[in-house]
Design a protein around this ligand. Structure first.
Ligand code: FES
Length: 155
């Protein structure tokens, strides 16, 4: 809670403080904890419903802690034209989960993303903070094998 308060205080004077605050919270905790909603609401003089509304509007914000790693697959048009649909079907099959879910071994949370600015090299994905282009099923499997054998360093 202390860290949530500190982040809220550090961002309260910014113009349009809500979004920077949510980004900072997610950067810190890898998701926006439920406990933060009341703190944000009181800091910015908003209702909890307003804060919840913004968190749920933006798919970027997570409501729950993700797995050890996060893989985001681009679903935007350029990547779709290069085979992203087959890639995402393969990813869901290999992970045994859908978007916004985590594999049973807690290794990977799968998320959709809509354009990474890497359109010329589609299909694209992000593995934690690394943008990867021209991803086929073999590339995905190689990353997955690595991710399942490693743990994310504590941040
Ligand atoms: S459409 Fe996928 S990176 Fe732009």
């Amino acid at each position: 809670m202390q860290r949530i308060w500190e982040i809220a205080q550090a961002h309260r004077q910014m113009p349009g403080a809500l979004l920077p605050m949510l980004h900072a919270l997610q950067d810190e905790f890898r998701y926006v904890p439920d406990e933060a909603v009341a703190v944000i609401a009181s800091t910015l003089n908003l209702s909890r419903a307003e804060v919840h509304g913004v968190i749920s509007f933006y798919h970027h914000f997570r409501r729950h802690a993700p797995g050890r790693h996060v893989v985001q697959i681009c679903r935007a048009e350029a990547c779709q034209s290069m085979g992203a649909a087959a890639l995402e079907a393969h990813a869901k099959h290999m992970l045994g989960c859908d978007y916004h879910e985590t594999s049973a071994d807690n290794a990977v949370t799968l998320e959709p993303v809509y354009c990474l600015g890497n359109c010329a090299c589609g299909p694209s994905m992000v593995v934690d903070d690394e943008v990867v282009g021209r991803v086929d099923t073999a590339t995905f499997d190689a990353y997955l094998q690595e991710l399942r054998g490693t743990t994310r360093e504590a941040s």
